[in-house]
Design a protein around this ligand. Structure first.
Ligand code: ADP
Ligand code: 5GP
Length: 260
């Protein structure tokens, strides 16, 4: 039955499909990864957020975002229309509850591309959301990607590049709150990792036994789990000036091989 089900905690809910949340510092390549996923994996809806920022490059209202005014956004907040909302780089961004309701009614999975503040709000409401964090390989590569994107859009704003670069570190500090960590170095590899995470989460929900092909996906997804990523992430975190704390992370989610 594709309806919202109240769980025993009053403020929490579960959804019929899987809710995927993807966060990343701006310029990490999250949109690129999500677009690749979109063209290769079916059965997943992509929530179009509301924002008060101006459209960039060829962005169109209703495609990348619903662009709106601060007044209209504030009215929507007052009317409780958002599942989550946050201020990012001086603009408001929010996910309409309607996106989740529609995906749930259709029994489809839903992917939210939201920042760390938004992810925190959604996780509190929907604890079984599957969270994915995308990291850039190092600050220099991040800066280059931000600059290249701005160039391609025909407008390089150094102050904006500075702001987004320095914000990256703060966002990366939250990586441990995510279930999977992808490093977007070689694009094809990061795309394969994102696909594997989606495939494996679906298999586990459905309790489908693994076959030869999906076992490979399982191995890829396992390697991306936060709890398995310490060594892989050490040099990247160091390059951003973040130390890996020695204390234990949140207890890792227990995975069971379907059928095992
Ligand atoms: P985000 O959505 O995280 O802000 P984008 O997807 O817009 O980032 O990517 C930022 C820039 O980096 C774009 O110009 C994109 O083409 C480029 N890019 C993304 N992934 C890679 C990669 N793995 N290698 C090289 N360039 C990349
Ligand atoms: P951009 O302006 O580059 O498109 O996005 C800036 C940041 O806002 C990104 O980290 C993106 O994930 C985040 N973002 C986009 N939509 C939403 C949303 O609906 N809610 C929240 N909390 N963040 C969002």
């Amino acid at each position: 039955m594709h309806v919202h089900q109240q769980s025993n905690r009053k403020d929490q809910e579960t959804v019929a499909g899987i809710l995927f949340i993807i966060s990343a510092p701006s310029g990490s390549g999250k949109s690129t990864l999500v677009n690749a996923l979109r063209s290769q994996v079916g059965g997943i809806d992509f929530s179009i957020s509301w924002t008060t920022r101006q459209p960039r490059g060829s962005e169109q209202s209703g495609r990348e975002y619903h662009f709106t005014t601060r007044e209209e956004f504030e009215r929507m907040v007052q009317d409780g229309e958002f599942l989550e909302h946050a201020e990012v780089f001086g603009n408001y961004y929010g996910t309409a509850r309607r996106s989740l309701d529609e995906a749930t009614a259709a029994g489809r999975d839903l992917l939210l591309d939201i920042d760390v503040q938004g992810a925190r709000q959604v996780r509190a409401k929907i604890p079984d959301a599957v969270t994915i964090f995308v990291m850039p390989p190092n600050p220099k590569v991040l800066r280059t990607r931000l600059r290249n994107r701005s160039r391609a859009e025909g407008h390089v704003d150094e102050a904006e590049l500075d702001r987004r670069s320095s914000e990256a570190r703060k966002e990366i500090e939250n990586y441990r709150q995510y279930r999977y960590i992808l490093v977007n170095d070689v694009l094809e590899r990061a795309v394969a990792q994102l696909e594997a995470v989606v495939v494996v989460e679906r298999l586990m929900r459905a309790g489908t036994p693994l076959d030869q092909r999906t076992r490979r996906d399982f191995e890829i997804a396992e390697a991306c789990r936060e709890s398995n990523s310490r060594e892989r992430l050490r040099p990247i975190l160091e390059s951003f000036g973040i130390s890996q704390d020695s204390d234990d992370p949140e207890p890792p989610l227990q995975y069971k091989l379907p059928g095992g």
